[in-house]
Ligand binder design. Sequence first.
Ligand code: NAI
Length: 314
Amino acid sequence: MKNEIKVVVTGAAGQIGYSLIPRLIDGNTFGDKTVNLSLVEIPQVVSKLEGLAMELDDSYFPNLGTIDYTDNFSEAADGADWFLLVGSIPRGIVYNGKKIEERSDLLQINGGIFVDQGKAIGEFGNENAKILVVGNPANTNALIGRKAANNSSQTWMAMTMLDSNRAKSMLAKKLSCNVSEIKKMIIWGNHSPTMYPDFENALKDNQSVANLIEDTNWIDSHASSATSAAKAALDTVIACENETSSDDCFSAAVYSDGAYDVPEGIMCGFPLMTTPSGEIEIIRDLTLSDNARSRLSLSVDELLSEREAVKDLL
Ligand code: NAI
């Protein structure tokens, strides 16, 4: 296995980027591999990355290889193994003279970004590259990017780990235990308020947490912070880089192939495992109750309508 890895991060001058980037090279996320960083920003902001690159150099990270920063995504993508696509245009911003409030506008603008980035990843990224989309609307951005990349050996994911980490933390508080004692915390569907956090399959001491707590309706998906989002992105990378233990799974959205009767062709949150050879696979043998299936179908319907809204980009 090669002992060097190239990682591209977009939105590198943003809040999540600032918390995420140093931790890619601290020896925890990629073990003892040398990490070559390629940081990407929009032209108006790219010069800010000079300061970040200097800070990283000054911080003495033995695992840091090279640092490049650019506004040219294709150049950054060349030979990259991992892509953390954080950059996107947030809701509320004025873009081309218009305040972006509607989800449909957000889908269109960010979708356009992911067409270009997807093409470049398919063409210039490594054959086995893994791509984690963090920028919202993450599932549909990932769908657009994956389609544009048109490279079946690469693995596209959208992040739901923040929702999963938050659910574990809330459960641990309710059950007065450590977060590490909660296993198989699956987030099904979209990274949006329609997501379905699955307490029936989540386990503590091999028992369903749904049986251990009475009120399962208290997860709120709205609040998020740059630190917890960055930690969630790192946790997703670590989950993909290491074989999944047989008593656990991890959460991210991947391309649906009909598993659990989710229609093909959307990026949907599923229970995942990393195999000993490093493949990311959907765990297919879990049982979903009628209630779970109806919650999942609400989120799937939302993903189908998002896909419809960007069909010109697919
Ligand atoms: P931010 O606004 O601080 O940073 C975003 C950065 O992306 C900006 O510096 C901007 O210049 C850059 N950017 C925009 N378009 C770009 C492009 N085409 N190429 C490269 N860079 C580009 O935002 P923050 O807090 O870092 O969040 C980033 C995204 O992550 C947002 O879309 C947010 O909604 C999403 N998010 C997703 C979560 C998830 O669980 N999937 C959790 C938390 C945030």
